[in-house]
Design a protein around this ligand. Structure first.
Ligand SMILES: [Fe+2]
Length: 380
């Protein structure tokens, strides 16, 4: 059994190795298909040590490229936006088509008489979509996303996110003072659910949780608590997802796709939980939620029906443990763990055999990636 060393959560050296070996060599979620609705729409994403751009072509196909001008390596695009018809480097205005071909170079005749434009296409990366999500990989010929996910799609919830609609009110964006692995470990830790979240996630039956690994990916299910299930029509805070089947019954399906994309899908919503490493002790977590495509009136009716079960509790100041919000509770726990790493007395005293087994397995997968001998296959 491997426990990662303390330095894995604190040192720049470990962090750099993770960026080089792990994040530069795995598929990464980067957005939703509706983010790139029209030709010329683009987004950029940092994937390990690579900055990639994804752009929708005039043929409505998505293409991914490394966000580097072939002239001097300048970043071509920032954040997200709409391109006119081409991608132009801000530095010397080398201009590329949405297909990545170099179209024009200022002062070309005089300054670069022998330049062959065809030799300076943008470096390609890989892009695929799945369940309305856009995924990228820095390698142009990466084995496909389904190869990476193995049979995970068979073991997640029955939700069809492409048929659900975005719920902007459910979007969150937090910067957390903890290493990204502490955030992921907390996400897959089944032990704390009944304790840290005793008051906030009590609609689920934690004692009946089931989880397993499929390759490096974690899958998790727990049913609704008996009381909640018996009164689901009344107690559900939002309109119920209607995708459940006898094989995939109602409950919480909460996979963590290695290394850093959680999905939280339950009786009323489908969300992503994107863990974005920023520094050894800093992590950004972005959530985006989708819900049933029903009218605002239906949402309001369900809210009224369920309101009696959720009396608005007085929150006591800014104490995260009294916030009534399980994300605030988790952030508190993660940040406290990160702080404790600085103490010479810090140690992991014991690990729950079943309920924390996933944490150990996750660490083993990270360890295997980070300590793999660098080769052409592991480094892009
Ligand atoms: Fe939690």
């Amino acid at each position: 059994m491997i426990h990662l060393p303390k330095s894995a959560y604190t040192s720049c050296d470990w962090y750099d190795r993770e960026m080089r070996t792990l994040f530069s060599n795995t598929w990464q979620f980067c957005g939703f298909v509706e983010d790139l609705a029209d030709p010329g729409d683009w987004l950029t994403v940092q994937v390990g040590r690579h900055n990639l751009l994804v752009v929708k072509g005039r043929d409505h196909r998505l293409r991914a490229f490394h966000n580097l001008c072939r002239h001097r390596g300048t970043q071509l695009l920032r954040a997200t936006g709409k391109s006119e018809k081409a991608i132009t480097c801000p530095y010397h205005r080398w201009t590329y088509s949405l297909n990545g071909e170099l179209l024009s170079v200022p002062e070309r005749q005089r300054e670069f008489p022998d330049l062959d434009l065809k030799k300076f296409c943008l470096h390609r990366a890989s892009v695929e979509t799945w369940l309305g999500m856009i995924w990228v990989h820095p390698k142009p010929d990466a084995p496909g996303l389904m190869h990476w996910l193995r049979d995970v799609p068979d073991h997640i919830g029955p939700h069809r996110p492409e048929e659900l609609v975005p719920y902007p009110e459910g979007a969150t964006d937090h910067e957390i003072a903890a290493n990204w692995k502490i955030v992921v470990e907390n996400y897959i830790d089944g032990y704390h659910l009944a304790h840290l979240h005793a008051d906030t996630l009590n609609m689920y039956w934690h004692a009946r949780q089931e989880s397993r690994f499929i390759g490096p990916h974690f899958v998790f299910y727990e049913p609704l608590s008996p009381e909640y299930e018996a009164n689901l029509e009344k107690m559900a805070p939002m309109p119920l997802i209607d995708h459940f089947t006898p094989e995939k019954p109602v409950g919480a399906y909460v996979p963590m796709l290695f290394p850093n994309l959680g999905i939280a899908a339950n009786e009323t919503m489908w969300s992503i939980f994107h863990v974005i490493p920023l520094a050894p002790d800093r992590t950004r977590v972005v959530t985006r939620t989708r819900v049933m495509p029903v009218s605002e009136l239906a949402f309001y009716r369900q809210y009224l029906k369920s309101a009696q079960y959720y009396p608005s509790s007085e929150t006591s100041g800014d104490d995260p443990l009294a916030s009534g919000n399980f994300i605030d509770e988790d952030i508190y726990a993660c940040e406290q763990q990160q702080k404790s790493l600085a103490s010479p007395l810090f140690s992991v005293g014991a690990t729950a055999k079943n309920l924390e087994a996933a944490v150990v397995q996750f660490q083993e997968h990270v360890h295997a990636h980070v300590t793999a001998v660098p080769s052409a296959a592991t480094e892009v």
